[in-house]
Design a protein around this ligand. Structure first.
Ligand SMILES: [Zn+2]
Ligand SMILES: [Zn+2]
Length: 501
């Protein structure tokens, strides 16, 4: 669903008016908008009826019903994307919204109005899917009770809708609205800006700066968009805070992310410490013991300490710079317009489709290794023959000698690697994900588990892997610096500073 929401909202953000307004008249366009709002829900309702029937007929083996429900969700998403993408691209809907009387002077509002049919359509789809969702949860609840696991009551429609809206829509919509406001403000003052900076590209550059600003403060926004609260005082909080201090990892707050027991997960967000949060879901806290929670926390700290978020920002910056360079060429060279566009599109698909996934999987494995090292720092008792703990002299020592700020050179403890691998399998099981299931951004659970355990036994492999990630990061840094220079040169960025060459 994320992709559909990001895609449609990005269309609204990118195009002030439709690129192919085939249907510019008011009445047919509005009729199509209404149809696009209702049609996906009808599709969802039809597919979900079958899922409910199957779930009710075979409660002992809900797999067929669940598969039918999964297919229904996917088909409804395609329907949403097609219907609303089509309306935005091919009718005059965006232009109507830009010219609405009374509100056309409030930045961001015309764009929000343009997105409203899409947002309503999503809610209708969820209402249509809810009976199947509920039937599935009912069966899971009965299984949970039978197995003696902690269970949460099944959500009423209202709670379900609020949760879905906050987690699937609002967390994208809120930061995008900020960018939309910035875009409108810049767009309306375009001529002034160009005149003041004596540069055609000043408005675009300013929008780029605004987008970076939004990316920095977004974690603060998400803290409230999602249902979170600070991790209550207690032994666990003390342990995690001690870890933060020893690792030299600064964050604004450790938050419990309340998902009604639905999601077993953790994440860290935020580029700078003032806007950085570590989130741990309620279900993870409920179902895992403290050493495994520390392992999860160690993995998230690894993303911070190895600066993964910075490198992803740089990676995105490369795209921005390349777009700038290409748009400069387009301005000069009308003849090669189509060819350039296709080349640019292919490069973007390659970059985000293949390279991004590969980098992300390497970063995840580096964070896993960091998680293993963090576990050793917590004083996990070690029973195996282990270079780290023999060097420390005492298998149960609290490892005061380990410097948490400089983790990375010491040998890996196989016991810690084993606990970490166990944690990975447990997270997969609790989320109902098969350990072998491939994951584009993370790599499969069993692959990650095998990899940390193998590296704990072979220090040479661990060093080689760390060097490889180092080379990847250096590559990103060099590519970002070069493309920033190229983009700066192509838009004559020095003129912005009043320097003439
Ligand atoms: Zn991760
Ligand atoms: Zn050990």
């Amino acid at each position: 669903m994320y992709l559909v929401v990001v895609g449609i909202l990005a269309l609204i953000l990118t195009f002030p008016a439709s690129p192919f307004p085939g249907l510019a008249q008011r009445l047919p366009a509005l009729t199509l908008v209404a149809a696009a709002t209702l049609a996906p829900a009808a599709v969802a309702w039809l597919t979900c009826r079958r899922a409910v029937r199957l779930l009710e007929a075979e409660p002992e083996d809900p797999s067929r019903g669940q598969a039918a429900y999964g297919r229904g969700v996917t088909i409804s998403q395609y329907a949403l994307a097609l219907a609303h993408g089509g309306v935005i691209a091919c009718t005059g809907w965006l232009s109507f919204c830009q010219r609405l009387p009374h509100i056309d002077w409030i930045p961001g509002l015309p764009g929000l109005v343009a997105a409203t049919p899409f947002l309503m359509s999503i809610v209708f789809v969820w209402i249509a899917l809810y009976p199947a969702e509920r039937a599935g949860r009912q069966i899971a609840l009965e299984h949970g009770l039978f197995a003696g696991r902690p269970v949460h009551p099944i959500w009423e429609l209202r709670n379900y809708l609020v949760f879905q809206f906050r987690h699937q829509v609002l967390f994208i919509l809120a930061p995008m609205l900020l960018v939309l406001v910035a875009r409108d403000l810049i767009d309306w003052n375009k001529d002034d800006l160009i005149a003041r900076f004596k540069n055609q590209d000043a408005p675009d550059l300013l929008l780029g700066v605004a987008a970076i600003g939004v990316a920095i403060v977004t974690p603060l926004l998400l803290r409230y968009v999602w249902d979170t609260r600070p991790l209550p005082a207690g032994p666990l909080r003390d342990q995690l805070e001690t870890l933060c201090r020893r690792l030299g990892m600064r964050c604004q707050e450790i938050l419990v992310w309340r998902t009604g027991g639905m999601i077993v997960n953790a994440m860290v967000m935020g580029v700078i410490p003032q806007f950085r949060y570590v989130l741990i879901t309620d279900a993870l806290l409920e179902r895992m013991d403290d050493s495994k929670i520390e392992a999860v926390f160690g993995h998230e700290s690894g993303h911070v300490k190895r600066r993964h978020i910075w490198f992803f920002m740089l990676f995105a910056l490369i795209s921005g710079c390349m777009m700038t360079v290409i748009s400069q060429y387009l301005r000069a060279e009308r003849r090669w317009f189509e060819v350039l566009l296709i080349v640019a599109g292919a490069l973007m698909v390659l970059k985000w489709g293949l390279v991004f996934g590969w980098i992300s999987r390497n970063f995840e494995r580096q964070a896993d290794l960091f998680g293993v090292r963090t576990l050793a720092l917590t004083g996990l008792p070690c029973g195996s023959r282990c270079e780290l703990h023999t060097a420390q002299g005492n298998a149960a020592a609290p490892f005061a000698a380990l410097d948490g700020r400089r983790l990375g050179r010491e040998p890996l403890c196989p016991t810690a690697a084993h606990v970490f691998a166990d944690m990975l399998f447990e997270v997969a099981k609790l989320n109902g994900i098969p350990p072998e299931a491939p994951s584009w951004r993370h790599g499969s659970i069993s692959l990650r588990a095998r990899s940390v355990e193998a590296m704990a036994l072979d220090p040479g492999a661990a060093r080689r892997f760390e060097r490889r990630v180092g080379r990847i990061q250096a590559g990103i840094l060099i590519a970002a610096a070069l493309s920033a220079l190229w983009a700066g040169w192509s838009i004559r960025a020095w003129t912005l500073l009043g320097i003439s060459l």
